[in-house]
Design a protein around this ligand. Sequence first.
Ligand SMILES: *[C@@H]1O[C@H](CO)[C@@H](O)[C@H](O)[C@H]1NC(C)=O
Ligand SMILES: *[C@@H]1O[C@H](CO)[C@@H](O)[C@H](O)[C@H]1NC(C)=O
Ligand SMILES: *[C@@H]1O[C@H](CO)[C@@H](O)[C@H](O)[C@H]1NC(C)=O
Ligand SMILES: *[C@@H]1O[C@H](CO)[C@@H](O)[C@H](O)[C@H]1NC(C)=O
Length: 574
Amino acid sequence: MAIAKSFVFFFLSHLAFFMNLAESKCQNSFHCGHLGFLEFPLSNEPECGLFLVNCTSAIPTIQFGPGGPWYIILQKLSTNKFTVEDGFLHNHLRDRDAICLASGNRSVPYSPFSSFAISPALTIFSCRNFLDPDDRAKVKDYFKNYRNHTCFDSTFYYRDQDNNVPTDIPEKCSVIQMPVKYAPEPGDLFPKLSPEFDVEWDIYRDCLSCHRRGRKCVASNDQIRCEGKSRKTVIIASSIAGSADIEGGSLFFGIPIFSYAELEEATNNFDSSGELGDGGFGTVYYGKLSDGREVAIKRLYEHNYRRVEQFMNEIKILTCLRHPNLVSLYGCTSRRSRELLLVYEYIPNGTVADHLHGERSKEAPLAWPIRMSIAIETANALAYLHKKDIIHRDVKTNNILLDSNFCVKVADFGLSRLFPNDVTHISTAPQGTPGYVDPEYHQCYQLTDKSDVYSFGVVLIELISSMPAVDITRHRHEINLANLALNRIQRCAFDELIDSSLGYDSNGEVTRMTTSVAELAFRCLQLEKDLRPSMEEVLDTLKDIQAGKDCNFEKIKGANSNFNMPRKIPPSFY
Ligand SMILES: *[C@@H]1O[C@H](CO)[C@@H](O)[C@H](O)[C@H]1NC(C)=O
Ligand SMILES: *[C@@H]1O[C@H](CO)[C@@H](O)[C@H](O)[C@H]1NC(C)=O
Ligand SMILES: *[C@@H]1O[C@H](CO)[C@@H](O)[C@H](O)[C@H]1NC(C)=O
Ligand SMILES: *[C@@H]1O[C@H](CO)[C@@H](O)[C@H](O)[C@H]1NC(C)=O
């Protein structure tokens, strides 16, 4: 009985579906100049889609809501993301008054059926200029750390970088979003604005399913309804969700897309004199963008990227990672560009490897306190990544960059997430670097967060010994620094491991700290990954060592060879 009932229901609902399709005169897709075929929610007929596209002129235009502005479509980035140009902003960039007047009307594209995210965007708080001096003072005080620009009857407050929307903004202030350049100069608001920006839409689910059923989402009288010819209209929302969606703090920023031509110019046609390095996944070039920003541009070797959405999703995750000790990924070229380039923050002062045993070590060797903070900051960045479920996979002193204050910026994380994890596919994606690779990797071909801990153990040894991770001039069994270190630590021959120029044996504090760091590294270098500490634990231990709160030192000093002796690392890992 129940089965028969649900079959009838199934039959009727599908019959209705086909009837609706037959009823509809709307085409599934249409051709639009250089953009190729477009489909719902876009349409070139007002009765059909939700956004109207005009394909009659050479440069197609789009209107997101009836009566709203038309934007020029510069590029189709994906099915729901375009680069557009706001003609009004284009014409009035120098006319501050016009922008002031219009800002309330036309900050971002608006439609009752969709939310929008524009990028790059600046969040601006527009506050009415009160007559009441008390209110005025309150607003002024609330935004005292913001820059401001006074328009006719309101004041815009904004910051140079921070786009976080405070939750409790004063009454009479509203949030607007304005498109800005990729790296706007600090200071005055207007030079930051850009008429070109990326807009990504996300149609409300109820409207999507309404259209999938061959019906149409309609907004009128403060209601959004799903209308169909023969069937009852369904009210979807009883109050039109206005730009409140954007004001509600559900801001969603897409990935900045750079054009290939722009990056070609920034690197002087990938001139080899601008090569910064030849790291995993690709060659890195120094670049200077037209806005003056210095960047490091990575040109990926690999062409077997993941599917578009997944790839973009991974890039989005990486661009969203924000940590003072991680190099920022600004964005990338579009997947349609002829090559995939990743654009990173440029860190000027070389790698820790350079400073420990490379060119820069000859000028002025890093003193112990700096090395200690390098260890802590690197551990901090790795612990952050692990908390976000990202394994670095290639921790080494060549990937730890230093800024002009010797602050750590860890580079090159997460890139293997961009490539398929396909066993049959011979990937050029590196799985670690000789001298740093987790010995367990060769048993199960899988890197874990504990593999990062192992590699970080090698970094710690480099910091205390100033020796490179691999050195073929060393004794056969000690080409790998990890082997050399395990041997010395087990024999308590710290003086044969720790760089004496750091003050080992002459400075009590340095002796205590370097010895404790050696002991911690020993735990990180355990062959069995379960015996290694977590990155969080490593970080805590390092902080304790720095603060003089570690209790292991006396134990180590008195120990003969009580350490858990790991098996020898087979020579194949050299
Ligand atoms: C489409 O654009 C052309 C050229 O700009 C214009 O003449 C025409 O009126 C537009 N059509 C609509 C429906 O806006
Ligand atoms: C902004 O909108 C108001 C009311 O809709 C209108 O009167 C005004 O002309 C618009 N301003 C601009 C610059 O479009
Ligand atoms: C705008 O900023 C200036 C400089 O910080 C400050 O002196 C002034 O009071 C601010 N004006 C308003 C209306 O907040
Ligand atoms: C960074 O580089 C600049 C210029 O090359 C130099 O003056 C400065 O001492 C360097 N700092 C470090 C930390 O290497």
